[in-house]
Design a protein around this ligand. Structure first.
Ligand SMILES: [Zn+2]
Length: 253
């Protein structure tokens, strides 16, 4: 059922949230656009202008690593200034109320943690761009440190003391999905009784698998997204209103 208007959407959503014991949200870029984080994949988005650098090229080519860091620092203003939006705050309220055990996200912007989720309760399928890791020894690096080295060395990316390459903690194209995060997301999808897909087009693997998994295990499926998705027919409720508008009533719930 597609909610005919915002009021209907909110009232249906309120009933489903009240009835649910275990809610698992699955969030995508749409929840963060009101925070000034661009949707990279959208038409006109960054990825249509700048071809993403695949993981094997990052590893193989120093110029690609430098270019990748140049792009990342160019976006720092957006990422550093971003604060949780209404969708994030609503999810955090339900988390604090004990309705949400953990949340699965495709986003790399750290805004769920910033809204009050404990880091271990945010399952990040595509990693996190607000810090960096050595690809070999996994040592964590602060972006400010990387930037300082980068600028002081003629826009050359620094390497780890172990000789490994330093990369944002994100999952690049061609890079293996994080196995532990995938397992946890699957487990969450299978054990919830309300699966809330928020701001994801649900097209990109593995995103597409989770709503189905939840539904097959008996969960109620809600899709909140501006654009239609492939799973709308399967969903118990589809909300195509603005995400912030639809979720704002649940802040402080
Ligand atoms: Zn290292």
């Amino acid at each position: 059922m597609i909610a005919s208007d915002l009021q209907t959407a909110v009232s249906r959503l309120r009933d489903l949230i009240e009835d649910a014991q275990v809610i698992v949200p699955f969030t995508g870029a749409g929840i963060s656009t009101e925070c000034g984080i661009p949707d990279f994949r959208s038409p006109g988005g960054l990825w249509t202008k700048n071809r993403p650098i695949p993981f094997d090229e990052f590893r193989a080519n120093r110029d690609m690593r430098d270019e990748s860091w140049r792009r990342r620092f160019a976006m720092e203003r957006s990422f550093a200034a971003a604060r949780p939006g209404r969708g994030h705050r609503a999810m955090a309220s339900l988390y604090r109320a004990g309705k949400i055990p953990a949340l699965v996200t495709q986003n790399i912007d750290n805004l769920h943690q910033a809204s009050g989720f404990a880091p271990q309760d945010v399952v990040e399928l595509h990693g996190n761009t607000t810090y960096a890791l050595c690809l070999d020894c996994n040592a964590p690096y602060d972006l400010r440190w990387v930037k300082e080295k980068f600028e002081n060395n003629n826009q050359r990316a620094p390497d780890c003391a172990c000789g490994g390459f330093i990369k944002t903690a994100t999952v690049s194209f061609g890079q293996a999905m994080p196995a532990a995060a995938m397992r946890r997301a699957e487990e969450l999808a299978k054990t919830c009784d309300l699966f809330l897909a928020v701001g994801s087009s649900l097209v990109v693997w593995p995103a597409a698998g989770f709503p189905l998994m939840a539904k097959r295990n008996g969960a109620t499926l809600v899709i909140i997204n501006r654009e239609p998705t492939e799973f709308d027919e399967l969903a118990d409720l589809v909300v195509r209103n603005d995400i912030g508008d639809a979720l704002a009533p649940f802040i402080g719930a």
